[in-house]
Design a protein around this ligand. Structure first.
Ligand SMILES: [Zn+2]
Length: 497
């Protein structure tokens, strides 16, 4: 269907109310696969991490991975879910070359974790996102279409398949529909995925790297006129970065608003997100559950985690990101605004580590959100990728605090650290950047400045202390900026009174 009306985002959200939903897949970082003992390392030669079970050979029997079940329960607990005391895996039947068994072992009507929520913070306001279910399944293999221009199957001369990924434990986290977000729907979708990623990273059950596919997101979007029933939703796949989550929701809102304004209908379908254009295009029409002919997996015993085990796991949960951020903000004495800027800059953990290494919170924030953020911006890199560690920042600040270097020299030292010249103290020594605080050397420079500026010296002698600034400047110039200005000033006043 071609859209005649193109609406701006603002027009779209003025006329329609979006309802969003997110389905996130997370590959667990277990050592072995979900139902066999094959290793799970990323990047191995294709089809070297396979066995009869994950290749679906006749007669091979699966055995569930306890570590994966434990990780799934921990995710469920961290998302405030109830953990089902009993449930079965289910066979999801479909025929696709990346699924060698022609079915995927998943969970259908008996998921491990249900009815939870995750609170996300948007501009200091908490938005509660309902979690419908968290279930455990196995990942599929990977197909690669070669010979075509786009990497898609159309136009390809060959299709290759790698089963190394087939059978890696995969957790699916499904939100309830989220209505009432209005124009903030894209931003809230992104904030949710960000918070979810941080929670899972804190639990240390996955490396949650969207660019490597260990965290993947499908975004559901529908629109309705205010007061009307919810509209038909589409499911956008291939959303592989936080930024793309936001863009995918936004572009789908604009597209659907155009279709609806023209009197058209939204078709329930899968759509593909295109990173380059930021648009979605139609994929296959969405299968319904009946197409998959689910039935309980007959080769596995039911899953029945004991109440004791669940309570043990609950008690051992680490401090979760939002609680941790609140505690750090209070420890650091930051205002809400200060803390928000730290969160937006993605610098919470960097500052925490810098404080851990001995710096004050204020100085850690000053470096990471000031000079270092500026350099990261200039070179379009992440703060973590600058090559400056929190320990180096703490050391740099300690050098300033001890008077060995001043703020201006510290920035030069930082340059050296970024250039790979070593730790701050090594850069100071190698470049000879230490502040001259040796009184003998300074006195000589002060005397020379007084001799070179007799008029100024006279004024200072007559009590015009403000005039001493010119002499301080002359000494700083003579020492290449390496003198301690306060000491210089004191020496000048002492000399001339
Ligand atoms: Zn295997």
């Amino acid at each position: 269907m071609s859209t005649v009306t193109h609406m701006s985002y603002e027009e779209a959200v003025a006329a329609f109310e979006p309802v969003i939903g997110l389905e996130t897949h997370v590959e667990l970082g277990t050592n072995t696969k979900m139902f066999c003992g094959c290793p799970t390392a990323f990047g191995a030669e294709p089809n070297t991490q396979v066995c009869p079970v994950c290749l679906g050979l006749p007669g091979a029997l699966p055995v569930a991975n306890r570590a994966a079940i434990e990780a799934t329960i921990r995710i469920g607990l961290a998302l405030n879910c109830s953990i089902a005391p009993w449930g079965r895996f289910a066979r999801k039947n479909y025929f696709y070359p990346d699924m060698p068994k022609n079915f995927q072992i998943s969970q259908y009507d008996e998921p491990l974790c249900v009815e939870g929520y995750l609170d996300v913070e948007i501009d200091g306001e908490l938005v509660r996102i309902g979690i419908e279910r968290v279930h455990l399944e196995e990942d599929t293999g990977k197909t690669l279409h070669v010979g075509g221009a786009t990497g898609r199957i159309h136009g390809a001369t060959e299709s290759l398949v790698d089963y190394n990924r087939a059978g890696i434990p995969l957790v699916e986290i499904v939100t309830k529909p989220v209505p009432g977000t209005g124009a903030r729907a894209p931003e809230i979708a992104r904030a949710y995925v960000t918070e979810l990623r941080d929670v899972i990273r804190t639990l240390d059950v996955s490396d949650v790297r969207m660019e490597q596919g260990s965290m993947r997101c499908d975004v559901n979007t529908s629109l309705n006129r205010p007061g009307a029933e919810w509209g038909t939703r589409t499911e956008t796949k291939n959303v592989n970065s936080l930024r793309s989550v936001e863009r995918a929701v936004r572009s789908e809102i604009i597209r659907q608003a155009g279709v609806l304004t023209d009197g058209g209908k939204i078709i329930q379908e899968t759509r593909h997100f295109h990173e380059d254009t930021g648009d979605t295009t139609s994929g296959r029409s969405k299968e319904t559950a009946t197409d998959y002919r689910y039935f309980p997996e007959p080769d596995l015993v039911p899953l029945a985690p004991s109440a004791e085990w669940i309570e043990e796991l609950r008690a051992a949960l680490p401090e979760l990101p939002r609680v941790r951020r609140e505690r750090l903000q209070s420890d650091w004495g930051f205002s809400d605004l200060d803390m928000q800027s730290v969160i937006n800059a993605g610098a919470v953990e960097l500052i925490a580590a810098t404080v851990e290494a001995g710096a004050s919170a204020a100085s850690a924030r000053k470096w990471w959100l000031g000079e270092l953020a500026r350099r990261a911006n200039e070179t379009e890199t992440e703060l973590e990728a600058l090559g400056v560690t929190p320990v180096a920042v703490a050391e740099l600040q300690a050098l300033v605090d001890s008077g060995k270097i001043n703020d201006k020299l510290a920035r030069v030292v930082l340059e050296g650290v970024i250039a790979g010249e070593g730790a701050p103290a090594e850069v100071v020594a190698a470049r000879g950047l230490e502040v001259v605080s040796d009184e003998g050397a300074l006195t000589k420079a002060v005397d020379e400045a007084i001799a070179a500026n007799p008029d100024v010296a006279t004024k200072v002698r007559e009590g015009k202390v403000a005039a001493a600034g010119a002499l301080v400047g002359a000494v700083m110039k003579a020492t290449g900026g390496k003198a301690d200005a306060k000491t210089v000033r004191e020496l000048i006043i002492a000399r001339l009174s």
